[in-house]
Write a protein of this length. Structure first.
Length: 128
């Protein structure tokens, strides 16, 4: 059994020296509310005066990714079929002008700027 934390508001007065009766919330309503003293520990307010030598931690700022447009499309390299939500969809590996190879993205036809033109070129190059 894990140790429980209690404070004065959750503690009920009992006649026992080695047990504590606790007011439980609804989710623990079916549990027996009396616990041995060895399983509970007193509640202390968090604060500077209780822990003067504790290091203060600062939360890092939230990372916000800025979705900048990668630029104009250089060419379409590959095509693949994937299944999303029970439907087959085509995606195309798009390379952008003046971008490194690791910036290539798998996009659907609707998301490719001037997609019809680039897809015609891809299909023409495959037929040869």
């Amino acid at each position: 059994m894990t140790r429980h934390i209690w404070n004065q508001t959750s503690k009920k007065e009992t006649k026992w020296k080695n047990a504590v009766e606790v007011r439980l919330t609804e989710e623990f309503g079916r549990k027996h509310p009396v616990f041995p003293v060895s399983l509970v520990k007193p509640y202390f307010q968090k604060g500077e005066e209780n822990f003067p030598f504790r290091k203060k931690t600062t939360t890092p700022p939230d990372i916000v990714e800025v979705e900048d447009s990668p630029g104009p499309v250089k060419n379409i390299i590959k095509a693949r079929k994937i299944r999303l939500n029970g439907k087959d969809q085509r995606q195309y590996l798009v390379r952008f002008k003046n971008q490194a190879v690791d910036k290539d993205k798998w996009l659907e036809e609707d998301a490719i700027p001037h997609g019809n033109l680039h897809l015609r070129r891809l299909r023409a190059s495959r037929s040869i």
